[in-house]
Design a protein around this ligand. Structure first.
Ligand code: URA
Length: 433
């Protein structure tokens, strides 16, 4: 059967055989299947879906496209963490050093920006010198020395995801439960942890807008993890408005450092604390009721910030950014978007804010685009806060002029002001374990 026939099979709504899926993944990894055929099959999967069996074969083939790291020589239960993608979601950059400071080993393979959402790797690369492409030996060395390491997919770790992820980013093929599940879990199984905490985002700014879809994705992720011998649990969390007060790359790194200095926005601190507590509990190092105290002490003592410093240094970055934010990429220009009436911020629609940030240069439109690490959006008023006409709601920070009008229009559309204070959704909407 030619690969065109495999595409047609899925296009016509049939299940793929294991051999079809293996051929797809090995062909993509070896660059035997051209991007236009891979993209066509991805789109057919988005439109026709995949069964649980096809999804588990896809995940398995994607893990086997590279190695599965053996971390058995590092003592203790190693706990991974992953988010399905949101706007302003910088939790991993705070949680990984924080959990490491509490004694948990956190191996972490992250991704780049995907669709309108930001990527941990792009954010970390706004730190001069920070390397995300470590070899497996370097990854293990950093894990031993720091207690965490945050890297990207590579030629030896989840290479199929590296390629498919970049294609999906620019071909409108992200929003698919099987593709997200296989992408996330191929990285999580390859990185070598024994346990895993997942943050499945749900809402306007997430790939799953409805709670039923987020729950289905969470169940699929947990089933794949458990089936592979990794104790996995998922929290479903709200993603209607951006998390925290910064969206972009360098601006988000600054916010992470601020949280580790004991400052920073409440919603971000609450989510980091909730997820980090699950990491501590799954590691066996803390009982449920003690985890919050351990996390608070790791921040107030400066131990968590020190781990971030060690992580940046160990991966080749300039750790002076922790005290001197001016060493990070920056933006020369600013434009304020103001309230047009008195009232309360009722909505700050995260997908539109994510797209505005991309228009400013913080994300990619095509594979291989260079991103502007200094560009992004600062959120001055969050949903629930009172405003007067003329108050700044968000501030666009940018260098290149070409996207500013598009970004301004998107940011204006994202804002809704109402006369009465809105009822905000809870941060955690559900849990699958
Ligand atoms: N995160 C991933 O790693 N992959 C996806 O497809 C979505 C979020």
């Amino acid at each position: 059967m030619s690969f065109v026939d495999v595409i047609a099979k899925k296009r016509d709504g049939h299940a793929l055989a294991r051999e079809d899926i293996d051929r797809f993944v090995s062909g993509v990894t070896a660059a035997d299947i051209p991007d236009y055929q891979a993209s066509a099959l991805l789109m057919a999967i988005v439109l026709r879906g995949m069964s649980a069996e096809e999804t588990s074969w896809l995940t398995d083939a994607m893990v086997r496209s590279g190695e599965r790291v053996d971390l058995s020589e590092i003592p203790g239960i190693k706990v991974g963490k992953h988010s399905t993608g949101g706007v302003g979601d910088k939790v991993s950059i705070i949680l990984a050093p924080l959990a490491a400071a509490c004694g948990v080993v956190v191996p972490k393979m992250s991704g780049r920006g995907l669709g309108h959402t930001g990527g941990t790797l792009d954010k970390l690369e706004s730190i001069p010198g920070y390397r995300t492409n470590l070899t497996i030996d370097e990854f293990k060395g950093v894990l031993r020395h720091v207690g965490t390491s945050i890297i990207g997919q590579s030629a030896s770790l989840a290479p199929a995801d590296k390629h498919l992820y970049a294609l999906r980013d620019v071909t409108a093929t992200v929003e698919s439960i099987p593709l997200i599940a296989a992408s996330v879990m191929s990285k999580k199984l390859a990185e070598g942890g024994n346990a895993l905490v997942l943050d499945v985002k749900c809402g306007q700014g997430a790939f799953m807008r409805k709670q039923a879809d987020a729950t289905e994705l969470a169940r699929m992720l947990v089933a794949i993890g458990s089936g592979a011998g990794v104790r996995t649990e998922a929290l479903i969390t709200a993603m209607d408005a951006p998390l925290g007060r910064a969206v972009g790359n360098a601006v988000e790194v600054i916010e992470c450092i601020e949280v580790l200095k004991g400052r920073g926005p409440e919603d971000l601190i609450a989510l980091v604390t909730t997820l980090a507590a699950r990491v501590l509990v799954l590691s066996g190092l803390s009982a449920e009721q003690e985890a919050g105290g351990a996390i608070a002490r790791a921040v107030s003592s400066g131990a968590a910030l020190e781990r971030l410093r060690m992580l940046i240094e160990a991966q080749g970055g300039d750790a002076r950014v922790i005290d001197e934010y001016g060493r990070l990429a920056s933006a020369a220009r600013r434009r304020a978007i103001a309230a047009d009436r008195d009232g309360y911020v009722d909505a700050l629609q995260a997908d539109l804010i994510g797209r505005a940030s991309m228009a400013l240069g913080a994300g990619r439109q095509r594979v291989g685009d260079r991103i502007d690490h200094g560009a992004g959006i600062l959120i001055v008023r969050k949903p629930g806060e009172a405003v007067r006409a003329g108050d700044t709601i968000v501030e666009l920070v940018y260098n290149a002029e070409h996207g500013i009008e598009t970004a301004s229009a998107l940011a204006q559309r994202a804002i809704r002001i109402t006369p009465d204070a809105p009822v905000l959704p809870p941060l955690v909407l559900g849990r699958v374990a």
